[in-house]
Design a protein around this ligand. Structure first.
Ligand SMILES: [Fe+2]
Ligand SMILES: [Fe+2]
Length: 209
C-alpha cells in the first residue's frame, strides 16, 4: 500500500523539475503561426497574468497526475491517464512559453501548489480507481469552465494566447470524457464544492503572485 522509497525519490525529482526547470514540449505551440498582437501595456499585463494562472493550473495538473500515479492500483484506465498526463506536459510548456513572450513571470507559489496537489492526487489514488477517475473527471470539468472564463477575459486581439487556451480546453474536455468512459464515480456535491473553492484560491492568488 505504501509507496516505495525509490518511487518517492523519482516523484520528488519530477516535482523539482516541473517547478524549476524549463518545460519541454513535443508538439508545436497552438497559435505560434499567428502574429504577435500590438497590445497596450495594460492589456499585455492582463494576458500575462491570466497565462500565469493557467501555467499554475498545469503545474497542479502535473502534481495531481504524479500523485495519482504513485498510489493508484493497476487498471485499464492507466493508459488513458498516461495519455492525459503527456498532454498536460505540453500544456505546461505552451503556457510557460507564452508567459515569456508576454514578458510576464511564473507564479511564486508554484512549489506550494505542486506539493499540495501532489498530496491530493496521492489520496485520490488511494481511494481506488473509480474515485480516482471521478476526481480526475470533476477536476477537468472545472478546468473547462475556468478556461471558458479566461476566453472571455483575454484580450480579443491576443490570438496567440487564445489559441493556446482553446487547445487546452479541447484537451481537458477530452480528459473528462475519457475518465468518465473508464468508469469514473460521480463525486458528492460537497467534494465538488471544496474543489471549486480550492481552485478559486489558486486562481486568485496566482493572478497577482
Ligand atoms: Fe492541462
Ligand atoms: Fe487535463
Amino acid at each position: 500500500m505504501l509507496p516505495r522509497l525509490d518511487d518517492l525519490i523519482v516523484a520528488f525529482d519530477r516535482g523539482l523539475r516541473t517547478v524549476f526547470a524549463p518545460a519541454q514540449s513535443l508538439s508545436a505551440t497552438p497559435g505560434e503561426e499567428m502574429p504577435e498582437a500590438d497590445m497596450p501595456e495594460e492589456r499585455r499585463r492582463r494576458s500575462a497574468a491570466l497565462m500565469r494562472v493557467n501555467h499554475t493550473g498545469e503545474v497542479c495538473a502535473q502534481a495531481l497526475y504524479q500523485g495519482q500515479a504513485l498510489t493508484a492500483r493497476d487498471s485499464g484506465a492507466k493508459a488513458a491517464l498516461e495519455q492525459a498526463a503527456r498532454e498536460e506536459t505540453e500544456h505546461l510548456a505552451w503556457t510557460e512559453r507564452r508567459i515569456e513572450e508576454l514578458g510576464g513571470r511564473k507564479s511564486l507559489l508554484n512549489p506550494a501548489w505542486y506539493a499540495g496537489s501532489f498530496v491530493i492526487g496521492a489520496l485520490a489514488g488511494l481511494a481506488g480507481d473509480r474515485w480516482n477517475l471521478g476526481f480526475l473527471a470533476e477536476t477537468e470539468r472545472q478546468v473547462v469552465a475556468h478556461l471558458d472564463g479566461h476566453l472571455e477575459r483575454l484580450p480579443g486581439e491576443d490570438r496567440r494566447s487564445r489559441a493556446i487556451v482553446e487547445s487546452m480546453r479541447e484537451d481537458e474536455a477530452r480528459h473528462a470524457t475519457s475518465a468518465t468512459g473508464h468508469g469514473a464515480a460521480e463525486l458528492p456535491a460537497p467534494a465538488k464544492a471544496i474543489m471549486r473553492l480550492t481552485s478559486r484560491v489558486m486562481t486568485t492568488t496566482s493572478e497577482v503572485l
